[in-house]
Design a protein around this ligand. Structure first.
Ligand code: SAM
Length: 247
């Protein structure tokens, strides 16, 4: 699903790296599931959590068979925005899929007369993308939780895609120091940990990087197309040793 900070474009590079370290009984856990653009390409036992209760509920309901409408008007969009508790799943869907650039309530994205491409039906595109994605989210346990309160099965593989440090939307509202400490703790508890970020503390190893155009980029301006270097980190020396020999 279109989502600000989506990892859809880099999934093909980083998933094969992470999946090498997953054994068949390991649960794949994504504490920052967002638009589910990584977890939808993984098989087996999976948990996807998000702190945004509307998004978590949207995924729970979609997994259980609920479908949003195809034809929300601009009036519907602002009516739902003003009544967010009425139907959490629907609020979640409009808040991202029917919003400009997948940005949380970033403005109604329906049928638009664009300068470069003429008439574009963004809502139809979003709905069709959802139809493609749905079979791939079947069986995922979706949870509304903050990452640090999430219950993890023993020996999970945890892929974290947290709000990036310094990006506009989340500036100051996410405690990055606590997050990196939590990752260290999860490694000690026996989980395998990977993190997408632009930068990490020195005790985390970068095992993959690529320059990529981002819609929420390192310069902190949402919507700008500045190039940024996407990286994948792990606190695990053994994995770093193996991967660094390859990159
Ligand atoms: C970069 S987005 C994840 C995008 C996702 N990987 C994708 O490809 O669509 C980060 C997500 O973290 C969530 N988030 C922010 N703070 C959180 C917290 N404390 N615990 C769990 N999720 C949180 C946001 O709601 C957002 O959905």
């Amino acid at each position: 699903m279109k989502y600000m900070g989506s990892k859809n474009r880099i999934a093909k590079y980083i998933l094969p790296i992470m999946l090498k370290y997953r054994t068949p009984e390991m649960t794949w856990v994504e504490p920052f599931v967002g638009g589910a653009n990584m977890i939808d390409k993984v098989e087996g036992k999976r948990i996807g959590a998000d702190f945004n209760k509307y998004i978590a509920e949207m995924w729970k309901q979609l997994e259980a068979g609920w479908m949003p409408r195809k034809d929300y008007t601009k009036e519907d969009y602002y009516d739902i925005k003003n009544n967010m508790e009425r139907n959490l799943a629907e609020t979640g869907y409009l808040g991202i899929a029917v919003s400009y650039c997948g940005k949380w309530w970033g403005g109604y994205a329906g049928l638009c007369d664009t300068k470069s491409m003429g008439l574009v039906d963004y809502q139809k595109q979003a709905y069709n993308n959802l139809l493609k994605q749905l079979p791939n989210i079947k069986g995922i346990e979706f949870v509304h939780s903050s990452y640090d309160e999430l219950e993890l099965p023993p020996n999970s593989l945890i892929y974290c895609d947290p709000p990036y440090e310094g990006t506009t939307k989340y500036k100051d509202s996410f405690n990055h120091t606590e997050f990196w400490n939590w990752c260290r703790q999860k490694e000690k508890e026996g989980h395998i940990v990977f993190v997408s970020e632009y930068n990490a503390p020195d005790d985390f190893y970068c095992i993959w990087e690529m320059e990529i155009g981002s819609s929420l980029s390192a310069n902190g301006k949402a919507g700008s197309r500045k190039q940024s270097i996407e990286r994948l980190f792990t606190p695990m020396a053994a994995i770093a040793d193996k991967e660094r020999g390859l990159f």
